[in-house]
Design a protein around this ligand. Structure first.
Ligand code: BGC
Length: 780
């Protein structure tokens, strides 16, 4: 368990600062590579599947194409149900596979399990936003060719992806055939006992409605079985370099075009395939064909090279703010860039979609959105892409009505956000580690506060955020109570905190403190609105029937909040009974019994002092100002040895707290584990999709951990410490519309204001004000 003993595993992929590459192909790692080489644009997600398909060992590949927020909703069958259990489960659908391009060299189909693979190389370029695979191949009949596959999922054009295949003959003379199709028959997700994967199985969710060739486009239309959403996938092509014959092909559930060309040694042919996805979630069903035609018209007029150029331009702007540079450690440099890149690829930006626990890279957690968004992804977006952060919070506003209904089902007033969801409905079928995690309400409130304070976007607070704060505060006030048995303190019973190895407890410290902070913020916001935006205040008051006495109640509950504290140990108890339980016997738990959740019944776990992930330790970071340094040290020293980190959300928080309490070695070890979680496949399940929260957590470990950045009561502060292993580390944050660059060196820290205005913040308690383009260098 001890992190200091953490040894970075041998590199699975070579350390390269702006790219990720593999130079050999093998079945064993194929599924993992499909996840790490995934492409996406926050709407479309494509796993790194091979265009020619996979013909290796069964169970080593998952063909995956996803659309954010596009789901079916199957009934959940509970052998023993109870009132208020969600009756349906939404799951993000694996949709039509338009990646397929079969290549025939003469009569030999190209694939990596036949003929002779002379060279294989695949590379994800994070600066330019495309994936390239180069193969030199000799077919079983001796046809020697060079193939290059380049693909992108367009960041500026939400509905569009493109693949370009180039084939060059080295010594081959004869026909090359390219079969470019879309396949509407979806491979069923594996059915397993791993709760992290989801239910799987059952009838196919997509029902074929239409296959058609329409001018230059081929269309495949489907409808979801239960939700009735329509999906139109379309492809079109451009071919260059040789005379060719085409033939349209239509199968049972597939459609496309076959191109035949003649090649002689030294000759080349290139096929570009444009792919679009349009759904009735975005536009009326009858509009889909028109929209697809527009997308393909745009794609062919721009062409692949222009699309690539626009991709790079988009990414230039992204990296301008999001890049973190670590000098002295190429592995971590690669890791942190990969993480930022994957976050951008997975995040929904339209206010209707969000970011799933596995992004758009796999079906783990069924594409559901969790508290991961508010507590892990939001800081990265708030400080580097505030527009995206705002749209993530707009998603919560758009689903507020559903949260109201959920609170009513739970016999409470106000609104309760779902633990896991796609469209705002609660999807958690296992309530002890699901609906009971009501802290999500306080997490949403915390994220709103951080976002508003960091960006100064008061308009969001007034138009949307306030209503969320009021409704969720109402929920807390109704759920908790002034408990005579606790001298009238405000108690919250029957909830689960972030640590999912301890369930349904009274007075979880994390929850109570976060609720206290939320209730105060809600009351402050009410005052702000009353004073500065009276018309908006009236609007909300009328809309939700808010009574002034409720606001007084929130303040009262906050000031009398019960927080369990153990005098003997001098620490906060995780909850009312945690410290009275037996400690988990770590010494006699073999390594292969982790994660515990796959080897022990929940009740066995729940009756012990053992944590899946940071809980009290996490609130010490989030509400840092409430704790003294000594308290942080004592609490950390108590909880850390009891923590398994069976959740990938855990190490980054430990890294941050370690940095704060002066344990730089621990901070580094935890950071190392978090930043290369998927590249080193630490949890051995990258094959099911990437760990998005851990990725965002690695950014937090740098900015909140090593740089010690905190935003408390509207004031930004830094307290940098540089790990001994690094020469320097720099990053940028957007604060109140200004772009600030922070560079931590061995001897000094420099702060540069890159924008035109001015900015004030604290460095180790000392106030610093910078004006446009000014730099200040401070000795560490
Ligand atoms: C963690 C949760 C998290 C979920 C999705 C679980 O393993 O315990 O905190 O929200 O994964 O990432």
């Amino acid at each position: 368990m001890k992190m200091k003993a953490y040894q970075r595993p041998e590199a699975l992929y070579p350390y390269q600062s702006w790219s990720l590459a593999e130079e050999a192909y093998d079945d064993e790692n194929n599924q993992r590579s499909e996840s790490v080489f995934a492409l996406g644009n926050g709407y479309i997600g494509m796993r790194g599947n091979f265009e020619e398909g996979y013909r290796g060992v069964k169970g080593k590949s998952v063909t995956g194409n996803y659309i954010n927020g596009f789901y079916d909703s199957k009934p959940i069958v509970y052998p023993e149900g109870a009132f208020g259990y969600p009756s349906r489960n939404q799951s993000m659908l694996n949709v039509t596979n338009a990646q397929c391009i079969g290549v025939l060299v003469g009569n030999d189909p190209f694939h990596l399990h036949s003929g002779n693979v002379i060279l294989y190389k695949r590379e994800l370029n994070m600066k330019r936003g495309f994936l390239q695979r180069q193969v030199e191949w000799e077919s079983p009949s001796g046809g020697h060719v060079r193939l290059s596959f380049k693909r992108l999922v367009s960041l500026p054009y939400k509905h569009l992806a493109a693949i370009q295949v180039e084939i060059e003959s080295i010594s081959y003379t004869g026909d090359i055939r390219l079969n470019s199709i879309m396949d509407g028959k979806i491979e069923e997700a594996e059915v397993t006992d791993d709760p992290r994967l989801g239910s799987g199985g059952g009838e196919p969710s997509l029902i074929l409605e239409q296959l058609a060739h329409d001018g230059d486009m081929s269309l495949l239309k489907q409808r979801t079985r239960h939700t009735g959403f329509e999906l139109l996938t379309a492809i079109s092509h451009q071919l260059a370099g040789a005379a060719f014959e085409t033939e349209n092909v239509t199968g049972e559930e597939e459609i496309g075009t076959s191109f035949t060309v003649k090649l002689a040694p030294g000759e080349k042919v290139s096929l570009t395939k444009y792919i679009s996805y349009h759904t009735s979630r975005d536009e009326a069903g009858e509009e889909l064909e028109k929209r697809a035609a527009e997308t393909h018209g745009l794609a062919s007029s721009l062409g692949f090279e222009r699309l690539l150029a626009e991709q790079e331009k988009y990414l230039d702007a992204f990296w301008q703010r999001a890049d973190v540079e670590i000098e002295g450690d190429p592995a971590l440099q690669q890791g942190i860039r990969f993480n930022a890149f994957q976050l951008l690829q997975s995040v929904g930006r339209d206010g209707k979609t969000n970011i799933g626990a596995k992004g758009l890279t796999g079906e783990g957690y069924e594409g559901h959105y969790f508290w991961d968004t508010e507590m892990y992804m939001m800081p990265f977006f708030t400080y580097t892409q505030p527009q995206i952060a705002r749209s993530l919070m707009e998603f919560r506003y758009a689903t507020l009505d559903k949260a109201r209904s959920r609170a009513a089902v739970m016999s409470q007033k106000g609104a309760l956000y779902p633990w896991r969801t796609i469209d705002g409905e609660e999807n958690s079928a296992y309530f002890p580690a699901g609906t009971a995690q009501m802290h999500i309400n306080a997490d949403v409130a915390y994220a709103i506060r951080q976002y508003v304070q960091a960006t100064g976007d008061e308009e969001f607070l007034v138009s949307k955020g306030a209503e969320i704060l009021f409704e969720t505060s109402r929920f807390w006030y109704d759920l908790g109570y002034f408990n005579d048995a606790r001298d009238g303190a405000f108690c919250i019973d029957g909830v689960t905190g972030p640590d999912e190895y301890t369930a349904i407890v009274n007075n979880n410290t994390y929850t109570n403190l976060m609720v206290q902070s939320q209730l105060r913020y809600a009351a402050e916001t009410a005052n702000l609105l009353r004073r500065d935006y009276p018309a908006e205040y009236d609007r909300i008051q009328q809309a939700i029937g808010l009574d002034e006495a409720e606001i007084d109640g929130w303040q009262e509950a906050a000031s009398r909040m019960f927080v369990p504290y153990d005098e003997r140990l001098g620490i906060y108890a995780q909850d009312d009974t945690f410290l009275t339980k037996k400690k988990w016997d770590f010494d006699n738990t073999p390594v292969d019994k982790y994660p515990l959740l796959l080897h022990y019944h929940p009740l066995v776990i729940y009756r012990h002092q053992v944590l899946k992930q940071a809980d009290t330790v996490m609130v010490m970071f989030l509400l840092s100002g409430l704790f003294t340094l000594e308290e942080k040290i004592r609490n950390y020293q108590y909880y850390e040895p009891l923590t398994t980190h069976d959740s990938s959300l855990s190490p980054c928080i430990h890294s941050i707290v370690c940095a704060e309490i002066g344990d730089l070695e621990g901070a580094y070890a935890y950071f190392d584990r978090t930043v290369r979680m998927d590249l080193d496949d630490i949890n051995r399940n990258a094959k099911d999709g990437l760990h998005t929260a851990a990725m965002a957590g690695s950014w937090m470990s740098i900015v909140h951990g090593f740089a010690g950045m905190r935003l408390t009561d509207g004031s930004l502060s830094f307290s940098p410490v540089l790990p001994a292993q690094w020469d320097s580390c720099s990053f940028k944050v957007m604060y109140q519309g200004q772009l600030l660059k922070v560079c931590m060196g061995r001897q000094e820290t420099s702060y540069t204001l890159l924008s035109e205005g001015s900015v004030s913040f604290k460095h180790r308690g000392k106030v610093i004000t910078l004006s446009a383009k000014e730099t200040i260098v401070i000795e560490s």
